[in-house]
Design a protein around this ligand. Structure first.
Ligand SMILES: [Zn+2]
Ligand SMILES: [Zn+2]
Length: 180
């Protein structure tokens, strides 16, 4: 039996053995880990296998191991106004206490070590999703699309429809049904 089998080779799993459960012991880890699938919402998310730049500190405390640090992720999605692709990076702050497996605490939601192994993935997922822009924009003042013809107004700020005189639209005016 081995705890290692539950997370085969995941680069989001860390071994804390060397902290030795001695309060105050610390370990600094920098690692680029491939993003797991499915971190995101409809409009934006972390591309699977893109690099997550982790800068973490593990600190042994009385109840377990305290993780603090940052994760820099690539986000890819589309602008909610003009539907153009959006790509940006986001730095997420992480802080989580992982209880030792034998610690009794009422909080059933608490993260726990499995043996000496610490799985960052669930915490990372939650932190990234909480930090996602729910209405990503290609730029703060994106003009969006023309509600009449769908043209991208960023590319054509003077864009306008004068139905009365524009010959391209004369046909549509004539087409309007006048019976009934
Ligand atoms: Zn846009
Ligand atoms: Zn238009």
């Amino acid at each position: 039996m081995s705890h290692h089998h539950s997370h085969p080779r995941s680069e989001l799993v860390f071994d804390t053995h060397e902290l030795g459960r001695r309060v105050g012991m610390m370990k600094q880890v920098r690692r680029v880990a491939p993003a797991p699938d499915g971190i995101g919402i409809d409009v934006i998310g972390v591309p699977p296998s893109s690099g997550i730049d982790l800068d973490l500190r593990f600190e042994s405390v009385v109840e377990g191991v305290l993780v603090t640090g940052t994760a820099e992720v690539l986000l890819r999605g589309e602008c909610v106004r003009c539907l153009e692709p959006v790509e940006l990076s986001d730095e997420i702050d992480l802080q989580e206490l992982y209880l030792y497996p034998d610690k009794e605490l009422d909080d059933v939601e608490a993260s726990r070590l499995e043996g000496d192994q610490l799985d960052l993935e669930p915490v990372l997922r939650d932190a990234v999703v909480l930090d996602l822009p729910f209405a990503p924009l290609c730029r703060p003042d994106c003009e969006g699309l023309c509600s009449v013809c769908g043209a991208n107004l960023n590319a054509d700020p003077e864009h306008d429809h004068d139905v009365g005189t524009d010959p391209r639209w004369a046909g549509l005016v004539d087409w309007t049904p006048d019976h009934d």
